[in-house]
Design a protein around this ligand. Structure first.
Ligand code: ZN
Length: 320
């Protein structure tokens, strides 16, 4: 079994989006053509973008195949699929305003899919940047009225953000990032999104499809206070695995390595993404844009160099 305890580096799957740009290719070095690259699915076992292992004993295998065939790598969890999806998103234009269902709604209405709880770490944004989170309707009736009358300016709630903010987006939360925002998103392994409003934009002369009825079904009214969803996580202690957030769906950590760091891998697995800088993990060189999984039972993880990583895992509902 010892030989299975190696880090699993994945080749990400990049996506073309009308709001995408060049940063993921030019700054992160992902080998993908086009100037409309919006998303890098760094750690994904989703059928629309199943990551492939770059090297080592699992070379060439898809993440979903390792999950199916070797559940011990992930701590023998009681989930029917790899539970998370880690993305880097580069928005060069405003994204449409969206909302996601929870597990119960998605299971019933979306063919057994998972719902989508997600969270964002703001890797970069411009000065005085904002994003959309929540809305200003006080009741379901008021929400319906504002939507049907197109009172978007009044309805949509925008809040200021800065680099280093962490934002939790529960199902039912209206949300969108705006132009010039780079984020690391950790979410449930699901692609179910309802588009509420697209700023009236046209794509090839047509507006993109909206999902008003489903959006109204799932939007939480009233919205949570923004202070409950957004926190700055700047200035954390260096060389320590700092927990940023934990909920039923995931736990999120950040480590800023400056010199040497080590911690125990005591979780079912850890999905790690290098946000900036470079260094060494367990004898391997890593740099900005690398994504890897630290398997169950790995033991002590040694890191060195100058770099920042976001890591995620899920509740251990199985034996490790
Ligand atoms: Zn979303």
């Amino acid at each position: 079994m010892q030989e299975k305890k190696e880090l699993i580096f994945l080749d990400p799957v990049c996506m073309h989006n009308i709001w995408g740009g060049r940063k993921l290719r030019e700054e992160f070095g992902y080998p993908v053509e086009g100037n409309d690259i919006g998303e890098c699915w760094g750690i994904s076992a989703h059928p629309e973008g199943d990551g492939v292992v770059r090297d080592g004993i699992w070379q060439g295998k898809k993440l979903s195949e390792i999950w199916e065939g070797h559940p011990e790598v992930f701590g023998n969890l009681q989930y029917d699929r790899y539970p998370l999806l880690t993305k880097i998103i580069d928005a060069q234009d405003d994204l449409s305003i969206q909302v996601h269902p929870d597990d119960a709604y998605a299971r019933e209405k979306e063919n057994g899919s998972l719902g989508k709880t997600e969270c964002w770490y703001i890797m970069d944004c411009r000065e005085n940047a904002t994003l959309v989170i929540g809305h200003n309707a006080g009741s379901e009736a008021e929400l319906k009225e504002m939507v049907s009358e197109g009172k978007w300016q009044e309805l949509i709630r925008e809040i200021p953000i800065q680099k280093g903010d962490f934002i939790q987006i529960d199902p039912g939360t209206v949300h969108a990032i705006k132009a010039d925002t780079l984020i690391l998103e950790t979410q449930q392994n699901s692609a179910i999104t309802y588009r509420l409003y697209d700023y009236g934009r046209l794509q090839n002369g047509k507006s993109r499809e909206l999902h008003i009825d489903k959006s109204l079904d799932v939007i939480t009214v009233p919205a949570r206070n923004p202070e409950e969803c957004v926190k700055s996580v700047n200035g954390l202690p260096e060389n320590t695995l700092n927990q940023l957030y934990s909920c039923e769906k995931y736990s999120i950590f950040k480590i800023d390595v400056n010199g040497k760091a080590s911690f125990e891998q005591k979780y079912p697995f850890l999905a790690a993404s290098v946000l900036e800088g470079e260094g060494n993990v367990a004898g391997r060189q890593v740099h900005k844009g690398d994504h890897f999984i630290i398997p169950c039972g790995y033991g002590t993880v040694e890191m060195s160099g100058g770099m920042s990583l976001i890591l995620s895992t899920v509740d251990s509902r199985g034996a490790c």
